[in-house]
Write a protein that binds this ligand. Structure first.
Ligand SMILES: [Zn+2]
Length: 78
């Protein structure tokens, strides 16, 4: 298991997401952004919009996914 924070995934806080794969933490971040914005947290809105844009334009967003997967791969296990 590895951990990436909201901030490492483009968000504004230090909440940690743990997962076996980069997709796990990206999905956890997506959920976290959705919940934060729903709860009225304006600080998470830009990151939420970015994430929504990524689902809408997956080809344009490949670079971001590649960066996140690379960052995840380089994290120490634990
Ligand atoms: Zn956050």
């Amino acid at each position: 298991m590895k951990t990436m924070t909201c901030r490492q995934l483009g968000g504004p806080c230090d909440l940690a997401h743990t997962g076996e794969t980069a997709d796990d933490v990206i999905n956890a971040q997506d959920k976290h952004l959705r919940q934060a914005v729903k709860a009225g947290d304006a600080a998470h809105e830009p990151a939420r919009e970015d994430m929504k844009g990524r689902w809408r334009h997956p080809k344009k967003s490949l670079g971001w996914y590649r960066d996140m997967k690379k960052a995840f791969a380089e994290l120490p296990e634990g």
